[in-house]
Design a protein around this ligand. Structure first.
Ligand SMILES: *[C@@H]1O[C@H](CO)[C@@H](O)[C@H](O)[C@H]1NC(C)=O
Ligand SMILES: *[C@@H]1O[C@H](CO)[C@@H](O)[C@H](O)[C@H]1NC(C)=O
Ligand SMILES: *[C@@H]1O[C@H](CO)[C@@H](O)[C@H](O)[C@H]1NC(C)=O
Ligand SMILES: *[C@@H]1O[C@H](CO)[C@@H](O)[C@H](O)[C@H]1NC(C)=O
Length: 305
């Protein structure tokens, strides 16, 4: 019995594989493939078409995705990069409402919401390469880089997402900013309403949080996020956050290298870099996968329900 089951498997497997490979509309192998649709665009469901969602892309679409193997990931929307008292990026703060809309649409469609942020440990500090210490130093020394104490800031008590000014109404409160990008510090928390979203989503089991210790959340042989993606059979990832040409790009590119389908969401991403940097990202993201705006994605995701 056992032998014949095995034999069947060995005879059937190559047939199935070659059936997929023999069809020029199918890209990949029998376990991991895209199907080019006659009407244009791509079916990324790997054959799991039950409950699939068709999402328009700005070009090269639409794509058809399987909700239970599709996730969005929000990268580095942390106080350190966004808060105005820490010279954070106003362009990053401006994409927060669209980010929250995407999060809600993904949750409602049963698609995972992932967060990956800088969240260093003492062990990470010990192993941090010089180039990274320099890159995150405010004065070129290690004294102002990862793990250094950032002192305090004063914020309005009723809204810690902004800095206190002379025209701030009501009482102020003083916040310990914490050690630069260390796990659990205030500066490493998501900015403004995103912190509540993350806490709420993780508690509800719709969202998942992963610390990272490099720009990319998917580097090397494996990260906490990659392990989760593998454990949960994920294939398709939508990306947003800051900076689109650095941590978002690094995470997108490593995900692409590791075989995930990648979609860059323009209007939930931002950067402080010159526009030429975004130009490179836009150009290459379209080659690696797709680009779209949340305003195009959300109605398609909502239509499913
Ligand atoms: C996702 O849904 C499809 C269709 O309902 C099912 O065949 C597949 O096993 C599911 N995959 C996971 C990882 O839950
Ligand atoms: C709050 O802080 C700002 C900036 O330091 C200051 O100008 C303002 O007077 C403070 N408000 C109160 C009520 O202390
Ligand atoms: C990005 O795009 C440029 C052209 O603008 C190309 O030369 C380069 O190889 C691409 N880089 C990556 C990492 O995809
Ligand atoms: C997203 O919207 C902005 C603003 O309208 C536009 O400039 C950009 O090209 C759009 N991106 C995509 C991928 O459609």
């Amino acid at each position: 019995m056992r032998l014949s089951t095995l034999a069947t498997l060995f005879f059937l497997l190559p047939t199935f594989v070659s059936a997929q490979n023999g069809d020029p509309q199918v890209l990949g192998n029998s376990f991991d493939f895209w199907r080019k649709m006659p009407s244009g665009g791509w079916d990324l469901t790997r054959g799991n078409t039950a409950g699939a969602i068709t999402i328009p892309m700005t070009s090269g679409g639409p794509i058809v995705v399987q909700p239970n193997t599709t996730a969005m990931v929000i990268i580095d929307m942390q106080n350190f990069f966004l808060h105005e008292s820490l010279n954070g990026d106003p362009k990053g703060r401006a994409v927060v409402p669209a980010t929250v809309n995407m999060i809600n649409a993904f949750r409602a469609a049963g698609m995972a919401v992932l967060w990956t942020n800088w969240g260093l440990t003492e062990f990470d500090l010990l192993r941090m390469p010089p180039a990274f210490i320099k890159g995150f130093s405010r004065d070129g020394t290690s004294a102002t880089s990862f793990g250094s104490d950032m002192g305090t800031i004063v914020v309005p008590k009723d809204d810690p997402s902004v800095g206190a000014t002379s025209s701030t109404r009501g009482q102020n409160t003083t916040i310990q900013v914490g050690r630069t990008l260390m796990r659990g510090s205030w500066n490493a928390q998501p900015w403004g309403p995103l912190f509540d979203e993350q806490v709420k989503g993780v508690a509800a089991g719709t969202d998942f949080y992963f610390n990272k210790n490099r720009l990319s959340g998917m580097w090397g042989p494996g990260t906490p996020m990659q392990t989760w993606l593998e454990d949960n059979s994920m294939t398709t990832i939508f990306f947003g956050g800051v900076n689109v040409d650095q941590c978002v790009w690094g995470t997108l590119l490593d995900s692409y290298y590791k075989g995930y389908d990648v979609i860059l969401v323009d209007d939930i991403s931002a950067t402080t870099s010159p526009s030429s940097a975004t130009g490179m990202v836009d150009f290459n993201a379209s080659l690696n996968g797709w680009r779209a705006n949340s305003t195009g994605i959300i109605p398609a995701v909502q239509k499913k329900n």
